[in-house]
Ligand binder design. Structure first.
Ligand SMILES: [Zn+2]
Length: 326
């Protein structure tokens, strides 16, 4: 246990998992947000994973659980979307370090070392989805994990990645009910509705292609606005450790209204708009904020505002350099 872990454990004993977790993430957030103001030179085409066949390998702890996950995965995705699972399965290490529960970590996947830690047994499918959508680029010292890209100094897309990972976990293993990251899951259901084909988003996740995901979302907003929304989602996630945290609720409300306005700007069908509203209103607090918001801004006004670029510019713009395929 390092010194940080000792501090978080003491905080946990004093104030519970949420307090310890929130202080931990807010401290980390300060450093991370400083990085995020720098130009995002790292966004580029993700490496294409080569499809291989699942090897026959000797037994290791957790092998059977991973193979039963693989059977579910291979029934739900196209063969090319199995590439990351097959590669990572060859030399994965599965640990069961229960101590991490003390500071709120029930499971984790370390893409750099290809280590999957299962502190609580039911987290295996969520972590196995991470394993199935991640690749460590040794040359660049860079990690691609579903919708997240990160190295030792900066990262983007954590909230999208966690939300979508738990969305898949809930759909395939938990009767549709997420057990964690509930707001991020709802955000990702909204983003999914912005794609004409939900399978397309699924493929982008398994091929860890954040870049193309951003390109697709540029149908609704500028590159800068899409990046800013992704960063706002990351920021909101880091403030969401405490239940009913006003900073996080406000950030999430802004994110959902932005997505709603993106949808309205494309003249959606009544059915599509209804689905979108229903997802926002799955949570009572956001349902209330949404009702208040709708009284102030009609559909026509929102569309006009988008045209005049007033709604999306409500966020402070950060200078971002778009670098394609470099
Ligand atoms: Zn996760």
């Amino acid at each position: 246990m390092d010194i940080n872990e000792v501090i978080y454990t003491i905080l946990f004993l004093l104030g519970g998992t949420y307090t310890a977790g929130t202080i931990k993430t807010i401290l980390a957030d300060e450093c991370r947000l400083a990085q995020l103001t720098q130009p995002h030179k790292f966004i580029r085409k993700s490496p294409i994973s080569k499809l291989d066949v699942l090897p026959t390998i000797s037994d290791f702890q957790g092998k059977e659980e991973l193979l039963s996950f693989y059977r579910v995965l291979s029934a739900m995705v196209e063969p090319q979307d199995l590439a990351n699972f097959v590669r990572n399965f060859k030399d994965v290490t599965i640990t069961r370090k229960k101590a991490s529960i003390l500071w709120g970590c029930l499971g984790s996947y370390d893409v750099h070392r290809n280590v999957l830690n299962i502190a609580k047994e039911n987290t295996l499918p969520h972590e196995a989805f991470h394993l199935s959508s991640s690749e460590w680029d040794k040359k660049q010292e860079f990690g691609y994990m579903g919708f997240k890209q990160a190295n030792t100094t900066t990262c983007i897309g954590s909230a999208m990645n966690e939300g979508y990972t738990e969305l898949l976990t809930a759909r395939k293993f938990q009767d549709g009910r997420p057990s964690t990251y509930c707001t991020m899951v709802r955000n990702m259901k909204l983003i999914e509705l912005l794609f004409p084909d939900a399978k397309e988003l699924e493929h982008l996740y398994f091929s860890h292609d954040l870049f193309t995901t951003i390109e697709k979302l540029e149908d609704y907003a500028s590159f800068d606005d899409v990046i800013h929304l992704i960063l706002e989602m990351d920021s909101a996630m880091h403030y969401s450790g405490l239940p009913l945290n006003p900073t996080s609720i406000l950030k999430y409300a802004k994110i959902e209204f932005t997505l709603y306005n993106w949808l309205l700007s494309k003249n959606p069908s009544v059915e599509q708009e209804r689905k979108f509203r229903n997802i926002i209103c799955e949570d009572k607090i956001y349902s209330l904020i949404f009702a208040l918001y709708n009284k102030k801004i009609s559909k026509k006004d929102a569309t006009d505002m988008i045209k005049e670029n007033q709604v999306t510019s409500q966020y402070q713009k950060k200078k971002i350099i778009k670098m394609k395929n470099d």
